[in-house]
Design a binder for this molecule. Structure first.
Ligand SMILES: Cc1cc2nc3c(=O)[nH]c(=O)nc-3n(C[C@H](O)[C@H](O)[C@H](O)COP(=O)(O)O)c2cc1C
Length: 203
């Protein structure tokens, strides 16, 4: 039940809802230290005008941006090259929370890409190497055989050339809180230069 628990984990004080730095609050709401990383819906603009959405891991968040990582050959990368804007949504129904946000997308710096790959689980490091068109064309048995062989012969992996990642510099963030004793509350923050404006909304 989304509003049955008073346990909201780490949150800001009620009096600070409108004045808190939303990027700090976002980091407080994420599982710490992102292990396992939070799963977020990531929406981009399709080339045909239809929105596209899928789930990715939120690898990291800092003072301005959230980061995700992906394969440079993926559709989302082509979409972001044309329209470098994205929207995200994260929900924790068990504690009555949701974050929706959007912003401007830029390529993550090289050192961030390297760090993020190093922090991925072994399985995800392998997947970044072995999940391509060539693999898709193989039988399941052959894919597993190649996976096992690659795993054994590469005990330590560096990022593949297809590994990439993006920062989304958020320009609007809306926090939704359930309340076991009353209506839910949304607080919306809009970036205005270096500052944020905020308002409380119903719904
Ligand atoms: C639990 C889960 C985590 C995922 N994490 C990522 C991720 O961090 N990066 C990624 O590129 N795809 C991830 N995927 C796969 C994407 O949802 C998607 O299928 C893939 O990136 C291709 O998307 P595209 O064709 O829209 O570019 C994940 C899928 C699931 C179910």
């Amino acid at each position: 039940m989304i509003t049955s628990s008073a346990e909201f984990g780490t949150d800001c004080a009620v009096d600070d809802y409108l004045t808190v730095d939303p990027m700090l609050l976002l980091q407080q709401w994420l599982p710490s230290p992102y292990t396992p990383p939070a799963l977020m819906s990531l929406a981009t603009s399709g080339r045909d005008g239809y929105p596209r959405v899928r789930h990715v891991l939120l690898s990291e968040a800092d003072d301005t941006a959230v980061y995700f990582h992906t394969d440079s050959r993926s559709s989302k990368v082509a979409e972001l090259a044309e329209h470098p804007r994205a929207a995200i949504a994260l929900a924790w129904p068990g504690v009555g929370r949701q974050i929706v946000a959007h912003g401007d997308v830029r390529l993550a710096p090289d050192d961030e890409l390297r760090d993020a790959y190093g922090k991925r689980t072994r399985y995800l490091q392998l997947l970044a190497w072995l999940n391509d068109d060539e693999s898709v064309a193989l039988s399941a048995d052959e894919r597993r055989r190649r996976w096992a062989e690659f795993d054994t012969s590469n005990p330590k992996l560096e990022q593949p050339s297809t590994w990439t990642g993006f920062a989304i510099d958020l320009t609007e963030i809306t926090f939704w809180r359930g309340d076991p004793d009353g209506p839910s509350q949304r607080t919306r923050f809009r970036r205005d230069g270096d500052a944020w404006t905020s308002e409380v909304l119903p719904g």
